[in-house]
Design a binder for this molecule. Sequence first.
Ligand code: BG6
Length: 483
Amino acid sequence: MDRTATSRELLPADHVIVLFGATGDLARRKLLPGLFHLAKAGFLPRRCRVVGTAPAAEALSDEAFRAHARQAVEEFGRSRPEGAAWQAFEASLSFGAADRDDAAPLLRAVREAEQAIGGTPQRLFHLAVPPAAFPSVIGLLGDTDLARGGRVIVEKPFGTDLVSARALNATIHTVFDESRVFRIDHFLGKEAVDNILALRFANGLFEPLWNRGHISHVQIDVPEKIDIQGRAHFFEGTGTFRDMVVTHLFQLLGFVAMEPPVALDAQALRDEQIKAFRSMRVLAPEDVVRGQYTGYRTENGVAPDSDTETFVALRAWIDNWRWSGVPFHLRTGKALAEGRHTVTLGLREPVLRMFPLDAQAAADGRANQLVIDFADPGTLTARFLAKEPGPALRLAEAAMVFEYGTSFTLENALEAYEHLILQAMLGNQALFTRSDGIERLWEVAAPLLDAPPAVEPYVPGSWGPERTDTVAAPYPWHLSHPR
Ligand code: BG6
């Protein structure tokens, strides 16, 4: 299936969605509000039920689960939980607890939901649980036969290294074949990813430049202003490389770097993305700066001698005909100066320059770039040099800026999770990662995981450790050296 569908074709078949981790943080912040928005926007099938589940120790009654969902939507949703839309959504919620050795309440809740819908609705299991719980939930779905014919959404992080990712894939494949597995990386649900595809493959303007002949370097820069926000338990065992780089930033890199797919369907897109991953050179630890903000070690739940990184800047290489010799600079971290999501393509200088090199921007290439800012809603900026009005032929920096927010109505825009849950219900895997892609990325990461350089301190509110600039040299990091 491709996604160039009309909105009528975007309506999924009847569904029972089973939400593991229904009382957890992700369900509260993203999934319950997202499902309500999909329902309100008319993207959920008319006959759809959501069954929440959690271990018996955290069991809720149907009423309590509905109240929990209402509160979640109230706090984190885009629209208020009220009116006919809310009543219909609320009525579709129920709860059934499940432990590995006793899943009877969940089985009952699913059966009741299916009877209420009638026919044979599609089952979709969303595993919003910590990675350590994946195997037991998958085992439960297999043993109880709930999994039969259903699809499963698995949250990141998908493993912690190559060995654990392989083991996890093997566990999942004992119950779900790959065509029914939806490994979610919410960055792929952001409008930006589809926009990169549109920009590159719908226009004659950009794609001809999108290669080593015209591009000198690429930066994928996702600084975050927030610190770990009390998530020490998660963060200590994970760190920024596993939380953000091997997942979100590498996935984006796949879309920026891929060859044109033969179609927009899942197989064609994922084949090209994974081909780019296969061409990635394994990471060299000396191309990586790991940072830790000062004050991290005194956060509640963090070891006083913690070596966990809260910042990563690295240089990656893609050894294929399109990108050979073009460095990809990736940076992300917590407690940095700004919260941004940007991809910058630096364009090469013209071969001959007739103009005096008076503008510093011309010298360091900053006046010659394409910047994709995928904030919600994003912008696209082409920076270039123009002639300054006046008798002298003097260059000045100029920009063409396209703003999604002022150019289109955003009424139909979906948030990342909403977009991805809808695609999973439609059975479209195009924006989900495939097992071989995940395993390849852990292979690329292996040398760094085996011999990580020591963490270097940085001041909260800065742009990372001092050595960060050496990663991008001779180019500046465009976000932290604005003009
Ligand atoms: C999550 C990470 O996957 O992505 C968080 O676990 C991070 O640490 C978040 O803050 C960033 O997502 P977004 O969409 O807010 O940029």
